[in-house]
Design a protein around this ligand. Structure first.
Ligand code: AHR
Length: 307
């Protein structure tokens, strides 16, 4: 194995080490760090030779890294696309080279599904809906206007697009919910804090923060506290991911609810890679299972959190 030809893959290459090229998005969040560790640990445990690259949230870097895996003739390429669009040319190159591609965590928007074997990851629209459902429940029976600010993830990325859409769908039936500001915080703590500061300056009356990930919520908490307000009380906070720091913030009363998004995709990815190399068919869409956690569940759940 290792020359990436169809013969090698079909033959199962008994005894040979599978070479997997993984083009990661970056290291923007606690979620991403856990995802990277899961992939590295699982590759090791599965005896797969992992070639790993970090694109620092830049599509051009990720494309370069994928091209390098094609040149190296790895057996399988997996990647988590930083944005949804613009992947066809490089994925066609992989296809022509006979190298199967697995999408993990984030999808692409191409209608040509022959460019990848499977997409393994969460349903981000569903996550946005779950976030909205909590809010609808929280304000049930009340008639007041609810001013919401939204910290979006990386512009053009599947989780930012879908979490925005799912949330908007979930609150659509209730005209009292108003999104008064919505801007990207690039999935990072620093940017989450910076944008929340700007939100607070221009909107004195914020009731709810909806953050597309925990890191931005945690950054925003600092901004809220520095503005002399109580996160979780004066401004209710809804977040997505479920990293330990967010659970701690729930225990401390600073985040109200976390919609889980599971980064521990490594074991499933290695199974898929082995199957693909062995010529077995895999499902075109492999969905991860996740929950929703509120403050009253946080203390009990915290010791068991794996990321
Ligand atoms: O694609 C998953 C998202 O990317 C996570 O929710 C976020 O934390 C990460 O940066």
């Amino acid at each position: 194995c290792g020359d990436g030809t169809q013969d090698d893959e079909a033959g199962g290459a008994a005894g040979d080490t599978i070479v997997l090229g993984f083009a990661q998005v970056g290291a923007e969040s606690g979620w991403r760090t856990a995802n990277t560790k899961s992939i590295q640990d699982s590759a090791k445990a599965a005896g797969i030779d992992l070639k790993f690259s970090d694109a620092q949230q830049k599509q051009e870097n990720q494309i370069k890294n994928i091209r390098s895996y094609i040149t190296q003739k790895v057996d399988v390429i997996a990647f988590s696309p930083v944005v949804e669009s613009g992947w066809e040319p490089v994925l066609r190159e992989a296809k022509e080279a006979g190298i199967p591609v697995v999408l993990t965590d984030r999808a692409i928007d191409s209608p040509d599904t022959s460019l990848y074997v499977t997409f393994l990851g969460s349903d981000f629209i569903e996550e946005g809906k779950r976030a909205a459902n909590w809010l609808v429940q929280e304000y049930q029976g009340k008639n007041e206007t609810v001013n919401i600010v939204e910290l979006q993830g990386t512009t053009g990325s599947a989780p930012a697009i879908d979490r925005k859409e799912g949330f908007a769908q979930g609150i659509a039936a209730n005209p009292n919910f108003k999104i008064i500001a919505s801007q990207t915080g690039e999935f990072t703590r620093a940017k989450g804090k910076e944008v929340m500061q700007a939100f607070l300056q221009s909107n004195p009356d914020i009731d709810v923060l909806y953050a597309h990930n925990d890191d931005m919520a945690l950054g925003a908490i600092q901004a809220i506290e520095e503005a002399g307000k109580k996160p979780g009380v004066d401004i209710k906070i809804i977040s997505i991911d479920g990293v330990k720091d967010a659970f701690q913030a729930m225990v401390d009363g600073k985040i109200n609810v976390v919609v889980e998004c599971n980064p521990l995709l490594g074991p499933q990815l290695m199974d898929v890679v082995k199957k693909v190399v062995a010529g077995e068919t895999v499902e075109k869409r492999i969905l991860t299972e996740e929950g929703v956690f509120t403050q009253d569940q946080a203390a009990a759940a915290l010791p068991n959190r794996q990321y």
